[in-house]
Design a protein around this ligand. Sequence first.
Ligand code: ACO
Length: 474
Amino acid sequence: MASLQHNVGILAMEVYFPTTCVQQDALETFDGVSKGKYTIGLGQDCMTFCTDLEDVISMSLTVVTSLLEKYAIDPKQIGRLEVGSETVIDKSKSIKTWLMCIFEKFGNTEIEGVDSTNACYGGTAALFNCINWVESNSWDGRYGLVVATDSAVYAEGPARPTGGAAAIAMLIGPNAPLAIEKNYRGTHMAHAYDFYKPNLASEYPVVDGKLSQNCYLMALDSCYKRFCNRFEKGEGKEFSLLDADYVAFHSPYNKLVQKSFARLLFNDFSRHASSVEKDAQKKLEPYAGLSEEESYNSRDLEKVSQQVAKPLYDTKVQTSTLLPKQVGNMYTASLYAALASIVHNKHSTLEGQRVLMFSYGSGLASTIFSLKIREGQHPFTISNIAEVMDLQSKLESRNEFSPEDFVSNLKLMETLYGAKGFVSSAKHSLLRPGTFYLTEVDEKYRRFYSQKLVSTDGNCGNTELANGTNHSEL
Ligand code: ACO
């Protein structure tokens, strides 16, 4: 059915990640693993994390407030707000209801949407919900708002260096500079126990690392085939990686992204060998007869396909890896951090280009979809999005923690997860002005937040955000 609205997509973006981080090379030494295991083996540079001052609610409050302010959006103009997250703070009360604090004081309580949860896929589910709403007869002409927010932490062991933390907010509407190509989508959903969080007393997941890698790659293959078929039916011509200017992946760690892109190239070779360069064809030929199962387990194929895909990886993928390598796995926000990195790095040359997006959430849910970059209209232009996100200064203004301090922070967080009756530490100096932070969890498990503000004389102050009855309103 034809949509009433055109070029529905992302009008504006804002990115928030904590200022607290640990370097992966320092972590290698501290963990006593071989040099290069995290930096080359996993391909990660640095990892941000939340201290006891921050959580998925505070990060969402920060990123939404910042987006509304920087784009001068009237909070009454938001008609739908969807949150994607897999970080469970409350089994009933959604993060979305917390964000209503921002809108209630402007008299706007008429905002549809709640939270979507399925591992790292929730952000994409939230995005699709908003896009569908704007394209539907139910749309009331206001903006949609999507928030993807997570704190990724792992128990001691090989998965620990694949953590991270961030929140990303995206304003949704018609005539967007990052427009979803709605006819071309490939989805693969199945049941798997690759990564899950059955222990409700712990923030840490149960992970079968090897299985999660296999599930991710199998889901990628399936989504890509379906996406290509849709495209080919619609356009009447073959689809290959040559039709995508950039490819953004859900990025648990960079090595998996390198392998995934190589896998897509092998898919192209298997579907239409002529879409792959002659030299690459020759090198991939010996693997043409492998069954799907064999192809996942062939180390030789993995090596050769990564090698032949390298030149295309450098032009189509490298640019998306800035935040995922620097911040770590942001779960639901990870794919959108890859998109933000493309916008940051290439904003002046993106018009007319296509970005292929692969979203994966363990358990499992996955989709490939595509975005077409358009000029947009101020303030909703690609260059303005890049300016507002200001990623370089956010990355440069972080505070490096030693691995010892990182681990003792995790130990503290273990004791606070699901706890009541405590106040957070008072180390506000590490927060940037405008950041929301947790002040207290009372005896009834109610959470209280404040915002670090900059007063007109340039000094920082604090403003409390109401929760319950005994705190004043923002
Ligand atoms: N120098 C260079 N490379 C090295 C070194 C070194 N000193 N040491 C090891 N490596 C390489 C290995 O050869 C391996 O490379 P390969 O993938 O090309 O084979 C890589 O580093 C990883 O090392 P492994 O020993 O194979 O794996 P490890 O036990 O460290 O676990 C894993 C890695 C499984 C990714 C783990 O970190 C994990 O479980 N993470 C969480 C699960 C995850 O992120 N899954 C992805 C999808 S699901 C999701 O998004 C949550």
